[in-house]
Design a protein around this ligand. Structure first.
Ligand code: EPU
Length: 434
């Protein structure tokens, strides 16, 4: 297993381009099961999760070829209905196979993915939605078994106690596009990744109205055709890189971004005193150099267009070096604070009050051996390591490789000093923990 060795204290400067969004590419890959024709997908990030999804699609019978570093061709002439635990447990997002399998085959058997470090992630809304669409559902032996022989359009409400469900919306849309009749989804998720999926489905011949809003109307069609689609830029990767620039008080430009997808982050950064220059036409955002101190903020994570939970950990890292008291509340995943104990090991001052972190900014973080626990927590620890004094060793960085393509190369090109080394090179006192 690889570990990161980060030498802190180097200011980031320069430009960096972001890749396609993982959370759009995964359901888009699943959507290729809705047609027997070829789909060509571009701007696909090169990530472990994408390779997991490709493996599952192949298992289900699709021809899946990587035709370039970021280009894939998928043709699902024949499709089987069962995605087994051995494959699904490797990636939670496999649940988004339910919708396309039901749409295409009127039948699905998908393993429940099991525990997740960021807290419970139920799929009750997915199941409620499918049952509203005329499916019969059994949860048995760890599998969701769906009989979709009665699939037809209907009215659905997808709001849960934490707001609309992103993957649940993707699943319902993918089942509904091939369901006879009209489906109306209220409290649909309007995340840019859901919009991107809907836009691809429209290219395939689906009839979806209200894309980008909380109300979607879908007129089922008999069949869909192949298409070519380019995945939208990853707003979370872009945000992570901007926060990293701010954390080291450097001047960093992220390229290939859609600023309109990032308003909540940009507004929060502005409240902190981080100056951002936005160039929508050039699809660029620059975090300007700031040698002064930032201001504390209050952040509450919410469904889009609110502040994204996937940038909470990274902002918390920034706030740990910002004088004063910041308050960060999780409304999507109340337990998503695995990064906090690790940041404490680096000298941060954070206390937890339920689903809120109270962060008292310190003058300095110090390099330490720390452990990555999930994708975004790992990104936060990297950001903290960049600004810390001394060397930070991060173990279990495989979490990072699931959702960031070559994060260390991108940061190093901006002036960071991050080495990816085999864990056998860890200082001996850390090896037993590895
Ligand atoms: N929820 C339910 N019931 C459901 C579904 C969701 O109660 O049936 C709850 C969840 O427990 C959570 C909230 O609703 O509290 C939102 O969950 P949602 O279904 O929207 O999340 P998701 O689709 O499973 C996607 C991203 C996550 C991202 C969330 C929120 C993918 C593959 N994953 O998850 O991304 O945090 O939306 O924006 O798209 C990440 O990239 O690190 C990541 C975790």
């Amino acid at each position: 297993m690889d570990v990161f060795q980060i030498e802190g204290g180097h200011t980031l400067n320069g430009s960096v381009s972001v890749g396609g969004a993982k959370n759009a590419a995964l359901p888009i890959f699943a959507a290729t099961l809705l047609t027997g024709e070829t789909c060509r997908i571009e701007a696909v990030p090169d990530l472990t999760d994408i390779r997991f999804m490709a493996k599952i699609l192949r298992y289900l019978g699709a021809r899946v070829d990587q035709t370039g570093p970021h280009s894939w061709e998928i043709e699902a002439k024949e499709v089987h209905h069962r995605a087994p635990y051995e494959l699904v447990r490797q990636m939670r997002a496999s649940v988004c196979l339910l919708g396309p399998l039901v749409g295409r085959l009127r039948r699905a058997e998908v393993s429940l993915p099991g525990g997740c470090v960021i807290g419970p992630r139920p799929i009750d809304l997915h199941l409620k939605g499918l049952s509203r669409l005329g499916c019969t559902i059994d949860v048995r032996n760890g599998y969701v078994e769906v009989d979709g022989s009665g699939l037809r359009g209907d009215y659905l409400y997808l709001g849960g106690r934490h707001g609309p469900t992103v993957t649940g919306t993707a699943n319902m849309v993918m089942a509904a596009v091939l369901a006879p009749g009209v489906t109306r989804i209220e409290s649909a998720a309007c995340e840019p990744e859901v919009v991107d999926l809907c836009q691809m489905l429209v290219k395939m011949g689906a009839k979806i109205h209200g894309i980008g809003s909380h109300y979607l109307k879908i007129e089922g069609v008999k069949e869909l055709k192949g298409c070519q689609h380019s995945v939208l830029p990853d707003r979370i990767e872009a945000g992570t890189l901007l926060i990293a620039g701010a954390m080291t008080h450097g001047e960093v430009t992220v390229e290939n971004v859609v600023p309109g997808h990032m308003r909540a982050l940009l507004d929060t950064l502005e409240s902190c005193g981080v100056e951002c220059e936005i160039f929508p036409d050039q699809r660029q955002i620059t975090v300007k150099k700031n040698s002064g101190e930032y201001k504390p903020v209050e952040i509450i994570t919410l469904p889009h267009p609110g502040f994204p939970t996937d940038l909470q950990a990274q902002m918390l890292a920034l706030m740990s070096l910002t004088p004063g008291l910041s308050f960060i509340t999780e409304r999507i995943y109340p337990n998503r604070f695995m990064h906090v104990p690790e940041l404490l090991r680096m000298g941060a001052h954070i206390s937890m009050e339920g689903a809120s972190a109270v962060v008292k900014g310190v003058d300095q973080l110090y390099g330490a051996p720390i452990m990555a626990s999930d994708l975004r927590a790992s990104a936060a620890l990297v950001i903290a390591g960049l600004a810390a004094q001394g060397t930070t060793w991060i173990q279990r960085i495989y979490h990072l490789d699931r959702g960031y393509e070559s994060l260390e190369s991108k940061l190093n090109a901006l002036g960071a000093k991050i080495n990816r080394v085999d864990e056998s090179l860890l200082p001996s006192e850390l090896l037993e923990d590895a």
